[in-house]
Design a protein around this ligand. Structure first.
Ligand code: F6R
Length: 606
């Protein structure tokens, strides 16, 4: 979704802003723009469509000289993706330019108020009220105008502001939308995402909600909403630039699929010491009184939660409820201090997830976040954080984000089982050994399916595909179907295998391939029977099963394999051939794999 960048220093700002925006391209957008200050004048350039168009229009930034500026990629919410609606927006007097991520919920009332006062609106955006408020409240002090302006805004924002009267300062403000300041030597940056900062600096500070910052070439001052200075700790970003490059792979998604063994290893290894699980600052005392767990997330992270539920319930014998964050937030949720809310998020900035988390926290739940982006909102809101160490995930469709979430959920399940006393010492040791093997299992799953590309060619022409399974296999079916549909645009549905006969089997015929997931020994036979049923109705069956399994060979037309492993943890390997399958189908069909249509990497609006 929208991205913002800002720069102040001695270099030409526009090329740096364009470069920063290109780093944010993966988040999804439909227009882009920059504003640069030159000799006390604001120069704005913006276009509908790709950043490449903006580069062309500005001749790589050369047409927009100046050493201080702001930039934006817009993902349309209020108003169509047009040049006019693209950011930055200018005040009527041309003194202020603003870029904005988020949504101003009271923009209609503000627009009416400002129109009545004679302000003229150019765009349909909610953002434009901000720049007119700045003009309205400006009386020679930009900082005071920023304070007054943000006090009028309801909703979420990460803002970048430049003012012609403050030619050496760029302002950044944050409320419920990420904003990170990067500190350089004689130059400073800000961005909504660390990937835009790592090429220039590793020293960052994270703004908290309600704070804003004034950046000059010589330094950064952070203020609270009342305008008092705030001391912020400097943090170091460990991600390297290489991690955000394609590294010879055709797509980030493929690269990230192959990074999974290393990502899972980086996530679990530091937490498995000797024969003990150490969950960072989570202590046994924090979990002893927990009687119920609610997991909340969106999309693939929600499906990771669905798979994790089986492991936690089986090992800890505690009830686990998995809720879509977009539903939980409006469900008047039942929470108390004996309920642990586990929040899963790769980006840590998903609007629904944050809102559900706040709702549950306010009702007394203890919160544990499993999140990839350090310093993100989901991380900062939680009582405890367990980071997934997946590194930057650039492809819109998550892969290593999902598998590392599973890895942490499995670690948590076994740790919690020990705390609750629901696992014997012998069983703990056996499962600990299984967890240690997870990176190898994921690697095996990558290695043992060389035929996936051929299968993608065979099945890639289907207009609809069903993924069926039971228990953990069902959870993987949901994620497998999402992977296929979001990048290949083929309709796909993850379905509980036993439910087919209650209506949906009416859809099955020779045009409807079925992918049958059979890696959960306790119920695999049942899914095999369902596979036989769909085959009898003409469907081709592609089965996913443990390597060496022969029972399915007689039923299935084709097979994908997973290494033999503990079935509770099998989803982490079982998804791998399905990620590859979705990738190759999308490639076969000529789709824009890393940036599927209509999708954004970080869904920061409701
Ligand atoms: C699908 C995908 C999305 C995300 C969802 C939540 O491949 O990536 O479904 O899983 O938007 O995002 P995060 O994990 O950032 O909260």
């Amino acid at each position: 979704m929208c991205g913002i960048v800002g720069y102040v220093g001695a270099q030409a700002a526009a090329p740096l802003l364009l470069e920063g925006l290109l780093k944010l391209e993966y988040r999804g957008y439909d227009s882009a723009g920059i504003a640069v200050m030159n000799d006390g004048q604001l120069l704005v350039s913006k276009v509908k469509g790709r950043i490449a168009n903006l580069c062309e229009k500005t001749e790589g930034g050369r047409q927009v000289p100046g050493t201080i500026g702001i930039g934006h990629t817009r993902w349309a919410t209020h108003g169509a993706p047009t040049d006019v609606n693209a950011h930055p927006h200018l005040s009527n007097d041309g003194r202020f330019a603003v870029v904005h991520n988020g949504i101003i919920e009271n923009y209609l009332a503000l627009r009416e108020e400002l129109t009545a006062k004679g302000f003229h609106f150019e765009s349909d955006t909610d953002t434009e009220v901000i720049v007119h408020l700045l003009e309205r409240y400006y009386a020679g002090d930009v900082k005071a105008a920023v304070i007054k302006t943000v006090s009028r805004l309801q909703g979420s924002y990460a803002l970048g502001v430049v003012c012609a009267d403050a030619p050496n300062t760029v302002f950044a403000a944050r409320e419920a939308s990420p904003l990170i300041i990067g500190l350089g030597s004689g130059e400073q940056y800000f961005a909504s995402d660390v990937t835009a900062l790592v090429p220039y600096t590793r020293s960052v500070l994270y703004l908290d909600d309600g704070e804003f910052a004034a950046l000059t070439a010589n330094g950064v001052t952070v203020f609270n909403g009342a305008g008092q200075t705030v001391d912020k700790p400097l943090q170091h970003i460990a991600w390297d630039i290489q991690a955000a490059e394609k590294d010879g792979f055709d797509h980030f998604m493929l690269k990230e699929i192959f990074e999974q063994p290393a990502a899972v290893r980086a996530t679990i290894a530091p937490r498995m010491r000797g024969r003990a699980i150490c969950l960072d600052d989570v202590r046994a005392d924090d979990l002893k009184n927990i009687r119920r767990i609610v997991i909340t997330a969106c999309g693939s992270a929600y499906y990771a939660g669905c798979a994790g539920k089986y492991a936690i319930e089986a090992l800890c014998r505690l009830p686990v409820q998995v809720e879509l964050a977009s539903e939980l937030r409006y469900s008047d949720p039942l929470m108390d201090e004996q309920t642990l809310l586990i929040v899963l998020s790769q980006s840590g900035e998903t609007a629904d997830t944050i809102a559900a988390m706040k709702e549950c926290k306010a009702r007394g739940a203890k919160t544990l976040s499993i999140v990839n982006v350090v310093g993100s909102t989901v991380a900062t809101l939680a009582d405890h954080v367990l980071y997934t160490h997946a590194g930057p995930e650039i492809a819109v469709a998550t892969t290593k984000g999902y598998t590392t979430q599973l890895a942490v959920l499995y670690l948590f399940a076994l740790y919690m089982a020990q705390v609750q006393g629901t696992v014997s010492g012998e069983e703990f040791n056996r499962l600990f050994g299984e967890l240690e093997q997870l990176p190898h299992r994921v690697q095996n799953a990558l290695d043992m399916n060389p035929g996936t590309e051929r299968l993608a060619r065979k099945y890639g022409g289907a207009s609809s595909v069903f993924f069926i399974g039971r228990n953990t296999d069902y959870a993987v079916a949901l994620e497998g179907a999402l992977k296929l549909k979001e990048i290949s645009y083929i309709h796909a549905e993850g379905y509980a295998a036993g439910e087919l006969k209650h209506g949906t089997i009416a859809l099955i015929d020779e045009h409807q391939p079925v992918i049958a997931l059979c890696c959960n020994g306790a119920v695999a036979d049942k899914t095999v029977s369902n596979a036989v049923e769909v085959k009898a109705r003409g469907a081709e069956v592609l089965a996913v099963t443990f390597k060496g399994d022969t029972t399915l060979a007689a039923v299935a037309d084709d097979m994908l394999f997973v290494p033999h492993m503990e079935p509770l943890f099998a989803p982490i390997a079982e998804i791998v051939p399905l990620q590859l399958f979705a990738y190759y189908v999308a490639r076969e069909n000529g789709c824009d794999i890393d940036k599927p249509k209509n999708l954004a990497k970080s869904v920061t609006v409701e």
